[in-house]
Design a protein around this ligand. Structure first.
Ligand code: SAH
Ligand code: SF4
Ligand code: F3S
Length: 448
């Protein structure tokens, strides 16, 4: 970023990101593109000429957050600032955003970011409203030569965009469009480039990485997702490889075999289950049964290393009975997850479940969420205690000055806060003796 000379006349931008890791990584692409165009990133809206929100519409609350933010900043319009809405709310609401927030001049979905420079030129030329909403079928949005990664040690690489699963509750297929995989050659070239720059951890990203299909190469030479994963893990200099998100329907045994064969592949899999009741899974159009989900868990439990498993759950899907909910609680017990991201079902525009009968009242959804989280807390309290007395390798991620502790992350994706007699370097790998545990983190001491 510092290669671009700074001067007083330089245009500035502020960018705030909501939503999932795909959005976080998209923002790194947007920052890189704008910096290349001569813009400078600033920390506050006050300092910025251009104010951008990279938005999420997965649940109603996420969407509301964006409109509240926009309403807050109405006053800045008088100061000549330009407002833009990017990401999933932009793609979902399209030009309707101009009506709800008339001071917005740019609305752009994630597949059109490569056109941002051109859109900004149009705004500078006096055009009031500019949109980029059209490229979801074709544009891969994988242009990465300018990507401004914020962390110098671990970085994301997009391997597949969009989603073809159309779960009954989900906006993603509408906001991010059809599945488009990137060639394995290009993923590997980027991973090698990152390794040369000193990155040691890579996280492969996609809404459904398991349906990755290498679009180029001779038949037979095209890489499956598991082969791509292993190939990234074998790049010299790369010490950790993660991937997210997996869909149980497409999660193959070959992924577990790859984790067994390649030590740099992290011993952690995030496999969203959504519900423990086959009846609800069917209504959600998840394309697997409880038993099939548990079969995948059994593959992981049979791995050579213990694989840490985390999941997502939705409570209060239309028609979810007490019996269905009890099946979900029982599944949590049976699997023993190391983290559960649980959400109250939120009805979303364009999705089939919006029209389903037997909606669950909000206070009942809230009750189920609370019960589920209390149960999972108990499970995690026991699971995390098992690490006391063991030694874990962490990547040193930050220092918590207030607590005089360092923050590390284990290969199985747990936060391990530790004290250290000698100062560890950020981004380095260190051995830590685990001395204590909480339901969501571990405590330890650096091994000298
Ligand atoms: N592609 C990922 C999920 C991405 S969205 C997958 O298939 O697993 C992240 C999580 O948000 C989902 O796993 C689901 O638990 C939750 N979610 C998605 N739509 C939702 C909705 N309408 N209401 C509540 N939670 C939702
Ligand atoms: Fe949404 Fe389902 Fe696709 Fe995940 S797999 S992004 S939940 S439609
Ligand atoms: Fe949200 Fe879009 Fe990600 S809806 S969860 S930002 S794909």
């Amino acid at each position: 970023m510092s290669e671009v000379p700074q001067n007083a006349a330089q245009k500035t931008f502020y960018l705030e990101t909501f939503g999932c890791q795909m959005n976080v990584h998209d923002s790194e692409k947007v920052v890189g593109t704008l910096v290349q165009e001569g813009y400078r990133q600033v920390e506050t809206v006050e300092q910025a000429d251009l104010v951008l929100y990279n938005t999420c519409s997965i649940r109603d609350k996420a969407e509301q957050k964006v409109f509240n933010r926009l309403a807050d900043y109405k006053k800045y319009k008088k100061q000549g600032k330009t407002f833009g809405v990017l990401g999933c709310v932009a793609q979902q609401e399209g030009e309707k955003i101009f009506e709800r927030a008339p001071y917005v001049s740019l609305v752009c979905g994630s597949a059109s970011y490569r056109n941002l420079p051109n859109m900004l030129i149009q705004i500078e030329a006096g055009k009031q409203r500019v949109t980029g909403l059209d490229d979801r079928e074709t544009d891969e949005c994988f242009e990465t030569e300018f990507t401004a990664r914020t962390n110098p040690h671990r970085g994301y690489i997009t391997i597949i965009e969009g989603c073809d699963k159309f779960c009954a509750y989900c906006v993603v297929p509408y906001t991010r469009g059809k599945e488009r995989s990137r060639t394995s050659d290009s993923v590997l070239a980027e991973a090698r480039q990152m390794a040369d720059l000193g990155y040691t951890e890579i996280q492969l990203l996609g809404q459904n990485v398991n349906s990755y299909k290498d679009p180029e190469g001779k038949p037979g030479a095209r890489k499956t997702f598991a082969e791509l994963l292993a190939a990234v893990g074998e790049i010299p200099g790369i010490r950790r490889v993660r991937f997210t998100t997996s869909h149980p329907r497409d999660f193959g045994r070959d992924i577990v075999e790859a984790i067994d064969a390649v030590p740099t592949l992290c011993d952690h899999v995030h496999l969203p289950v959504q519900s423990g009741s086959t009846r609800v899974l069917d209504a959600m159009q998840r394309l697997y049964t409880r038993e099939q989900y548990l079969e995948r868990i059994a593959w992981m439990k049979a791995a050579k290393r213990e694989i840490s498993i985390t999941t997502d759950v939705i409570v209060g899907f239309p028609g979810e009975t007490e019996f269905d909910f009890a099946a979900t609680l029982n599944l949590l017990e049976e699997v023993g997850f190391d983290a559960v991201f649980a959400f109250k079902y939120s009805p979303r525009p364009n999705t089939p479940s919006l029209r389903m009968e037997d909606a669950i009242p909000d206070d009942e959804k809230a009750r189920r969420l609370e019960v589920l989280m209390a149960k999972q807390r108990e499970i995690q309290t026991i699971r995390y205690k098992k690490y006391i007395g063991t030694r874990c390798e962490v990547m040193v991620e930050a220092k918590n000055e207030a607590r005089a502790q360092w923050v590390g992350r284990t290969s199985h994706n747990k936060t391990l806060n530790f004290t250290a007699a000698s100062k560890p370097r950020l981004g380095s790998y260190a051995a830590v003796n685990v001395t204590g545990s909480f339901p969501n983190s571990l405590l330890g001491e650096l091994v000298v």
